[in-house]
Structure formats: C-alpha cells, structure tokens
Design a protein around this ligand. Structure first.
Ligand code: ADP
Ligand code: MG
Length: 284
C-alpha cells in the first residue's frame, strides 16, 4: 500500500473521531459486505433503568440483596439494579461473575443469584408470567433468588440511541447488510432490531459464542465488520475482518479492535467505511 494515502486516511479519521490502530487496519475494509452490531451499548445507550420489581417477598429486601451482588459487576444491567438499590448495601462474599448469564454472591448469609432464568431450576408461575410479559414488551427480565429458589423478577429497560436508525440506513445505502448480535433474549433483540431497521438477528449468544457467530458468517463467504463495546465482544472484534470498538466501551474491546469510534456513535461507523473506501481508491 502507498504510505501517503494511508496517512491521509489516518489523519482524516482523527478529524471524524475515528482512531485507527495501524495503517493496515483500513485495508481490510475493501470487501466488507456484512456489519455485525452488538446490541447493548452499541445500538442502544446501554444505560439501563430498573422499571419494575415483581415479587411476593419484601421488594426492599430483594433490591438490597440483588443490589449488593450486582454492585460488584460492571454490566449495564448490574449498574441499573445497584443504582436503584441505594448507597448503603450489605457486604458480598464469594462473588462470581457468570459471564453472559448473571452474577452470584453471598449476602447476609444467603447464596444470591441474579440473571437469566436458566440460572434456576424453574420459576414459580407468577414469575414465569412476569418474565414473559417483560420479554413481550422488549424488556430484559432479571431473575433474582436465594438459597436455590427464584423469588423475584426485576424488569430492566434500555433505550436505542437516537443516531442508530439513521446510521444503519446509511450502512445499508453503502451496500452493507446489518446483523444484530446479542446475548439478550430473542424478543428484546427483535424489538430493538425493528426500531432501527435490522432484519437479521442472532440472539441468546453466550459471550464465548459471539466469535463463532462471526466465523460462521465468514465461512459463508461474507467479509464481516463487527461493532461492539463490551468485554464479551473482544474476541469477536478481533476475529472480524474489521473490528470497530465504541470509544465509550471497555478497554478490552478497544484493544481488540482495528478502529475506535471515539464518541460511541454509530454514525462514525458509516464515516469509517466511507473513509476506508476513499483511502483505498487513492491507493489503487
Ligand atoms: P449483550 O450481548 O446484549 O451485551 P450480555 O452477553 O452481556 O449481553 O448478557 C446477556 C444476558 O445475560 C443479559 O441480557 C442478561 O439477561 C444476562 N446478564 C449478564 N450479566 C448480567 C448481570 N450482571 N446481571 C443480570 N443479568 C445479567
Ligand atoms: Mg455490549
């Protein structure tokens, strides 16, 4: 490649709020035809809010126990719950982050679990109904329980960034097929996808399996860009032909990516694809 053209691309990238890891980073974009977008924190703001607590227990106690365990996690869902639980929370011992599923820890002598329903052997009918209603509304239900029993459903809600739909329309106009990739359940994924104009959804993907989703698309002969923000996106960002990290995301994601979208705005992904095409046109 011609170093001058690449340097021009790198300088223009900085003006657009795109940090380019190295000169080779832009070269891979020439054949990109598929762009995989992580949902939480990428297409959505990732700033979640706790909107409902469904339980037969004392709701304040549920929040205290769940909040104490979630306080030790960085996940946007965890932050929403810990924020509502207040500032003076009991201590947690034996904390474990159950990647892509939830958290576990001991609080006030109880083994507390919070996360996906699959962490529990089963849900009582009332909680099963609350979970189904939350999913149907495109929200994320977090099941909370202790001592082996599910006892509450906390309903968490995220919002789509107001720039996402426009950016996705522009990516389509550039000839790219957008795909939504998430660990969240299918209905929540479909709701967000419909809001931003995405028809291809890969949901309920465990963090370790995100990279396989990228590999499968590549095996189908697609050149794949991936945009993500989380620790759970890092391997997929590295595997993609072009990895784009949200500058608002975790360091692990930024380190694994070719480009960083400094402002965490998907419109910069459109600029990145355009810029790389222009840079390559100069090289040729
Ligand atoms: P995404 O791919 O959308 O960024 P994750 O892979 O991080 O989502 O998480 C997948 C799912 O696992 C979440 O939708 C949630 O149900 C559950 N989960 C993960 N971490 C937590 C947590 N700290 N507390 C509760 N639930 C969690
Ligand atoms: Mg994410």
């Amino acid at each position: 490649a011609t170093p001058t053209a690449l340097l021009v691309g790198t300088g223009r990238g900085a003006q657009l709020g795109i940090l380019i890891r190295g000169p080779e980073a832009l070269e891979s974009t020439r054949a990109i035809d598929t762009i995989v977008l992580d949902k939480t924190g990428t297409v959505t703001t990732g700033r979640m809010t706790l909107v409902d607590v469904v339980t037969d227990e004392d709701p304040a106690r549920v929040l205290r126990l769940a909040g104490a365990v979630e306080h030790a996690s960085e996940h946007p869902i965890a932050r929403a719950i810990a924020r509502k639980a207040g500032e003076t929370l009991p201590a947690v011992t034996d904390f474990h982050n159950l990647e892509g599923r939830g958290v576990r820890g001991t609080v006030e002598g109880h083994a507390v679990l919070a996360g996906r329903a699959s962490l529990f052997a089963g849900l009582p009918a009332g909680l099963e109904a609350a979970k189904a209603a939350a999913e149907a509304a495109g929200r994320t239900p977090v099941v909370v329980g202790w001592d082996g029993t599910a006892r509450a459903v906390l309903v968490v809600s995220d919002t789509v960034k107001d720039t996402s739909a426009g950016a996705i329309a522009d990516l389509r106009a550039l000839g790219l097929t957008p795909v939504l990739l998430t660990g969240d359940h299918e209905a929540a994924a479909r709701t967000v996808a419909a809001e931003v104009g995405i028809t291809e959804v890969i949901a309920e993907v465990l963090p370790a399996d995100k990279v396989d989703a990228i590999k499968r698309l590549q095996a189908g002969d697609q050149a794949v860009a991936m945009v993500g923000d989380g620790v759970n996106d890092a391997a997929a960002l590295a595997q993609a032909d072009l990895g784009l990290a949200m500058g608002t995301g975790t360091d692990v994601a930024i380190e694994a990516a070719d480009l960083t979208l400094v402002r965490g705005d998907l419109r910069a992904a459109v600029d990145a694809i355009r810029l790389s095409r222009r840079t390559l046109a100069i090289i040729k």
